[in-house]
Design a protein around this ligand. Structure first.
Ligand code: ADP
Length: 631
């Protein structure tokens, strides 16, 4: 079959252009990426051979080889791992599967300077393609274990690549880079220099558990050259802390997570005794784009006695810690254990419990050590961690302990502890308000009286906030209360006289309130005077045990049927509009003219909390009509 030529996807082409005109200053990392892919391919073959003993493959000497040819100026990274089929090469190498890529390219175009662009590349990584930083042509020859025919892929990184079948390809993959011309000023840094290769492998790939052998250039001497193993292959998690540099940890993190940046924090854990295991966990600095989509779970690996047996082992940590990457190496597990069995395994459950506590306590120390850095972490992952408040009652305290919230106190996020310390005399509850964004929450009318009295309110705007506050209920004996639910509970400010005044007012408004309740019956279950408003004419609130509108919508979005719960309309008796309406109500026999005003008040209240009037068209007509009359 003759070689076929294919076009790169638009996105892949754009990415390649970037690589060729390299915005990334540290070109050495291309080798790390190719070695990392080769190592993954060896892991995959070993796993597959373990599960399927009919697989026709050779696993006797799994390794990575780096070969250079100075005269031809080529560098080859070869592995005898799983390899790829013809179809896989087209799918995996010809396109860019990463769903974040489109977004990445958009951000990259918007990045003004080279430093910004480099940061972005660091964030996404582009694996295999990084070879084009140093090569003007790349060729890949591969044969999938168990198959007889191989595939050759080749590209100059411009618009196209070719695919071709080959008959005598060895098992695994060889990637050959046709290097760009050498810089005569800088011979030592040329990628055909054994010294350079040794240095790069040592720096970035020492921990790789497979041997990485350098095969010297045949032209170097007369005798057949001896391959040299470049890496120590020592598992970092099995070595003592003093023996391992931060950089080495970081490289392991990058290899596992496919993140190009260093992790924010490294967490080590050793369990000794009857069930022995070691864990080396990493907290990333930035949340990936797919953190909230189903199926996100790249990078928590399970080893058994130094042998990788599962990638993405979700049983090791609860879902709310799904952003944690790393390695867990256990001594006494079966090598061919399945995911289903792991979920049930007593030891795995024990590991999960211990690691969860360890991660949470590390977060606590991290915050104590550097509040600023911790704030960055919380911005990225707080919304995920808060899921644990709902799903992991055992660790609720520990999660609350490290949680931060926006608040009306000031711009800085606060802990619940700090909130409690600032509570006013006579304040029994912790108040919060939920909504779509800090801004929407902050300008909602429900906060008015709290603000006027200087009572702090937490401003919660993550979707999960709607759920956990109810689930948690209280903190240090203080009830968590939504300012948009139930009676405001602000009480009278100055004792009996205010209480008396309130009664008088209720009497004064009794007629209007009853009449409005009838008029708005379809939408509200009660109309009453409010103690939470100082500026706005009206607001809507829920009963203590009602679902909030946002929560109702969430359940509906998840396909659950929930009855629409009616809310309570509260009026501000000090507002001119409300006062005027009451007067008009008292003076008129025929009140049909007032119905519109009642509906208007209700619509305004819904809008003010960021909601949507039931019939926006009718509402707009009503407003336009009133404005016209006022002209
Ligand atoms: P990433 O490694 O981040 O997924 P790459 O562009 O480096 O992205 O590689 C894309 C895919 O191509 C890999 O996920 C893997 O499935 C496949 N691949 C790359 N190199 C090899 C290799 N040496 N052996 C087998 N498969 C490979």
């Amino acid at each position: 079959m003759p070689a076929e030529t294919f076009e790169f996807q638009v996105q892949a082409r754009q990415l390649l252009q970037l690589m060729i005109h390299s915005v990334y200053s540290n070109k050495d990392v291309f080798l790390r990426e190719l070695v990392s892919n080769a190592s993954d391919a060896l892991d995959k073959l070993r796993l597959e051979a373990l599960r399927d003993d009919t697989l026709d493959s050779d696993t006797s000497d799994l390794h990575i080889a780096i070969e250079v040819d100075k005269d031809a100026r080529t560098l080859t990274v070869r592995d005898n791992g799983i390899g790829m089929s013809y179809e896989e090469v087209g799918r995996l190498i010809g396109t860019i599967a990463n769903s974040g890529t489109a977004e990445f390219l958009r951000e990259l175009r918007e990045a003004k300077d080279a430093a910004g662009a480099e940061g972005l590349i660091g964030q996404f990584g582009v694996g295999f393609y990084s070879g084009f930083m140093v090569a003007d042509e790349m060729t890949l020859v591969t044969r999938r274990a168990g198959e007889t025919q191989g595939t050759r892929w080749s590209s100059r990184g411009e618009g196209t690549y070719t695919l071709d079948t080959v008959e005598d390809a060895p098992q695994g993959t060889a990637v050959t880079l046709h290097l760009k011309p050498a810089d005569p000023e800088n011979q030592l840094h040329d990628y055909v220099s054994p010294w350079k290769i040794r240095e790069i492998v040592k720096r970035y790939s020492d921990f790789i558990t497979w041997p990485i052998r350098m095969v010297p250039d045949k032209g170097e001497g007369d005798s057949e050259p001896e391959p040299e193993t470049l890496n120590s292959m020592k598992a970092l998690w099995a070595r003592s802390r003093e023996e391992v540099s931060d950089e080495e940890y970081h490289e392991l993190y990058k290899h596992i997570s496919h993140d190009w940046r260093a992790p924010l924090e490294t967490v080590r854990f050793q369990a000794e005794g009857t069930f022995e295991y070691q864990a080396l966990l990493f907290l990333p600095e930035h949340a990936p784009h797919d953190l909230f989509t189903e199926g996100h779970r790249r990078g928590l690996q399970l080893y058994v006695k130094r042998v990788l047996i599962m990638d993405d082992c979700e049983a090791l940590l609860p879902p709310y810690l799904r952003f944690v990457k790393g390695v867990v190496d256990a001594q006494d597990l079966s090598l061919n254990v399945s995911r289903e069995i792991l979920q049930q395994d007593r030891h795995i459950r024990m590991i999960q419990r211990r690691l969860t506590k360890k991660v949470l306590s590390s977060l606590k120390s991290m915050r104590a050590a550097d509040a600023q850095r911790y704030a960055g972490f919380w911005r990225e992952f707080g919304a995920v961690l808060k899921e644990g408040l709902v799903t992991d009652a055992d660790n609720r305290e520990a999660i609350l302990d490290v949680a931060s919230f926006a608040s009306t106190h000031d711009e800085e996020p606060t802990t619940l502890q700090q909130y409690v310390e600032r509570m006013k005399d006579g304040q029994d509850d912790i108040y919060f308000m939920t909504g779509e964004s800090r801004q929407a929450v902050e300008s909602s009318p429900h906060l008015e009286a709290f603000r006027a009295r200087g009572i702090e309110v937490l401003l919660l705007s993550d979707p999960v906030d709607e759920v956990w506050a109810d689930a948690v209920g209280e903190f240090q004996g203080k009830r968590l209360r939504s300012v948009a639910k139930g009676e405001a509970g602000l009480g009278a400010e100055d004792g009996d006289s205010a209480e008396g005044e309130r009664e008088q007012r209720n009497e004064e408004y009794a007629g209007l309130l009853g009449w409005m309740k009838e008029q708005l019956e379809e939408d509200v279950k009660d109309v009453r005077l409010s103690s939470r408003l100082t500026v706005s004419p009206a607001c809507v609130v829920s009963d203590d045990h009602d679902l909030t509108p946002a929560l109702e919508n969430m359940y509906r979005a998840m396909g659950q049927e929930v009855p629409r719960s009616k809310r309570i309309l509260e009026l501000n008796p000090d507002h001119q509009l409300v006062k005027g309406l009451n007067q008009a109500y008292k003076q008129s026999e025929d009140r049909t003219g007032l119905v519109g005003t009642a509906e208007l008040l209700h619509g305004l209240a819904v809008l003010a909390e960021g909601g949507r009037p039931k019939d926006p068209g009718a509402f707009v007509k009503l407003v336009a009509d009133r404005l016209e009359r006022a002209l």
